[in-house]
Each structure stands twice: as structure tokens, then as C-alpha cells.
Design a protein around this ligand. Structure first.
Ligand code: ZN
Length: 150
């Protein structure tokens, strides 16, 4: 009877241990899918997963659940994948920076163009070189002093 109870408890514990990740995973995967809208997000998520795997692996190894060979093999696999993801992130980051730089330059040029002060020789807003009063565009002589206008 005691053995049966112990077995039931054991089965329940194992079941809980097996099922708990299943209950946790869907939510985590959903979050990951929602975030994975761009290649960059996908890579960042992948990096986070790999790092968490490496942490888990080191934990398992320290707990004595992994042999040296398994630890070395799995660790090397994770690290190779992490290196690949980091490399892709670098490439994406570089491309993103170039785009940002181009955007920046364009906006600077636009800003320079739009903020350029109106030139004094702009047509329609000339002033008489003699008396300084505003002149009417198209007129050959100043209306105030009679100075000939260019
Ligand atoms: Zn004048």
C-alpha cells in the first residue's frame, strides 16, 4: 500500500515535471512569434534562446547530470550557433547603421535647403540702392527717390 502510494506520488511528480514546461512553453513561443516580425527580432530572440540554453547546460553540468563529453559537444554546438547569430546580427546592424546614416544625411540636406535664409536678391523683394525703400518689381525707377533700378 505504501509502495503504491509512493509510486502514485512519483508518477504525479514526474507528470508535473514533464507537463510544466508544456504549460510554460506555448506562452513563451507565442511571445517569440509575436516579436519575430523582422529578421533582427528573430536573431535577437535566437540569441536569447541560445544563451539561455548555454546557461541551462552549464547548470546541468554543475549538477553532475551531464558527462564531460556531452557538455563539451552541446556547449560547442550552442557556441557555434551563437557565433553565427552574432555574425548575422553584426551584418544586420551594419546595414541598419548605413540606412540610418543615409537618412540622417538626407534630413540634414533637407534642413539646410529649407532653413536657408531668403536671399536679398530674391525677385520681388528688392530695395532701392539709393534710399533703401522697397521697390516694386518690374519698375525701372524708385518710386521714392527716382533712382534708376537695375
Ligand atoms: Zn529710392
Amino acid at each position: 500500500m505504501l509502495v503504491a502510494a509512493a509510486c502514485t506520488l512519483l508518477v504525479a511528480l514526474v507528470g508535473l515535471y514533464v507537463l510544466t514546461p508544456l504549460f510554460r512553453e506555448p506562452k513563451g513561443n507565442l511571445d517569440v512569434e509575436l516579436l519575430a516580425e523582422t529578421e533582427l527580432d528573430r536573431l535577437l530572440n535566437r540569441k536569447a534562446v541560445i544563451y539561455s540554453n548555454i546557461k541551462d547546460l552549464e547548470f546541468e553540468y554543475k549538477m553532475g547530470r551531464l558527462s564531460d563529453a556531452d557538455y563539451g559537444r552541446l556547449g560547442a554546438g550552442y557556441k557555434a550557433e551563437a557565433a553565427l547569430v552574432l555574425q548575422k546580427l553584426d551584418q544586420l546592424g551594419a546595414e541598419k547603421n548605413v540606412d540610418e546614416q543615409i537618412e540622417k544625411e538626407i534630413s540634414v540636406r533637407r534642413g539646410k535647403l529649407s532653413s536657408a535664409p531668403p536671399s536679398q536678391s530674391a525677385p520681388g523683394f528688392a530695395s532701392c540702392p539709393s534710399c533703401g525703400s522697397a521697390t516694386v518689381p518690374g519698375k525701372k525707377f524708385c518710386a521714392d527717390c527716382g533712382q534708376r533700378l537695375a
